[in-house]
Ligand binder design. Structure first.
Ligand code: NAP
Length: 277
């Protein structure tokens, strides 16, 4: 018998550890929406074909995760400005034949930082480490909502340069590699590198840990402190936030795009922090 539930899902490879199905089901229960939300593993070479088939099966939209965000951007026929700057899409939905692509990572980060963490961006100096997809996703929503001065540092400085040029008409942005990061105080240090996943060699200069006390790592770890936050902790950092709140807030924003209603997130963040689901 065909279910009359709305069908959504998250597509990635691998996808078994994704928290998105639990998060979206919990949002749906909270708002009394009948929803089916699946974790779908697709081989990278089959992404386009499978997406078409899933649409034909009646899915209304998807979250897109590693390694498909850039591919989803290419396949979207209509894209938001946030998706354009990020060159990556984490949320899609279908309007007849149109695949609409958006990126909610930046809004998710911003909501976690400013609402959940109560951090005011006014006149702050921010150090952003990384210039990959996640850094590209957070930069525009971030600078739209503040007059902050942002220094972007990346291992490959050319990527930081390209990103800064895309947004330089809207904010004061300086760039460097890690070695040339100014030896001064920042109000917030954001780690948007994948160092906490790879946990390999890093060349973050020590002074960024000695000079600063508020560190936000986009990577989250439900079991322990992320490797980047461990580095900061060893140097005496006072405030350490990982990407769990961002994950839940970006999911809430996708939920809002699909269902035009915003779920409450605080309870979910606490529940996941306490590993209750
Ligand atoms: P990406 O596009 O592959 O970019 C990786 C970035 O990390 C690049 O800037 C890269 O520098 C840098 N990097 C890699 N290894 C490094 C190391 N050992 N030391 C210093 N820099 C290093 O990945 P992404 O999509 O931006 O994702 C970055 C992280 O954000 C991921 O680990 C992901 O888990 C996290 N994220 C979290 C959320 C959330 O909801 N919480 C959402 C999105 C992403 P080069 O350019 O020089 O290679």
């Amino acid at each position: 018998m065909k279910s009359n539930k709305l069908r959504y899902g998250v597509i990635g490879h691998p996808i078994t550890h994704s928290l998105s199905p639990k998060i979206h089901q919990a949002f749906a229960e909270q708002l009394n929406i009948q929803l089916q939300y699946d974790a779908i593993d697709i081989k990278p070479s089959e992404f386009e074909q499978q997406l078409t088939e899933l649409k034909q099966q009646g899915y209304c939209g998807f979250n897109i995760t590693v390694p498909f965000k850039e591919m989803a951007y290419q396949l979207s026929s209509q894209k938001s400005t946030y998706a354009d700057i990020a060159q990556a899409v984490n949320t899609i939905y279908f309007e007849d034949q149109t695949v609409v692509g958006d990126n909610t990572d930046g809004i998710g980060f911003l909501r976690d930082l400013t609402i959940n963490q109560q951090f005011s961006l006014l006149n702050k100096r921010i150090l952003l480490l990384g210039a990959g997809g996640a850094a590209r996703s957070i930069l525009l929503p971030f600078i739209e909502s503040c007059g902050a001065h942002i220094h972007i540092a990346n291992r490959t400085v050319e990527k930081a340069d390209k990103l800064a040029k895309q947004c330089s008409n809207q904010a004061v942005i300086s760039i460097s590699d890690f070695e040339q990061i100014p030896n001064e105080n920042f109000d917030l240090v954001i780690n948007a590198t994948s160092y906490s996943i790879t946990n390999d060699q890093n060349n973050f200069p020590q002074h960024i840990f000695l000079n600063n006390h508020f560190f936000y790592d986009l990577v989250y770890n439900l079991k322990s402190v992320t490797p980047f936050l461990q580095l900061a902790k060893q140097h005496g950092a006072k405030k350490l936030i990982d990407g769990l709140g961002m994950l839940i807030e970006q999911a809430a924003e996708s939920f809002f795009i699909w269902h035009q209603i915003r779920p409450e997130t605080k309870h979910m963040i606490e529940t996941l922090k306490n590993k209750e689901i």
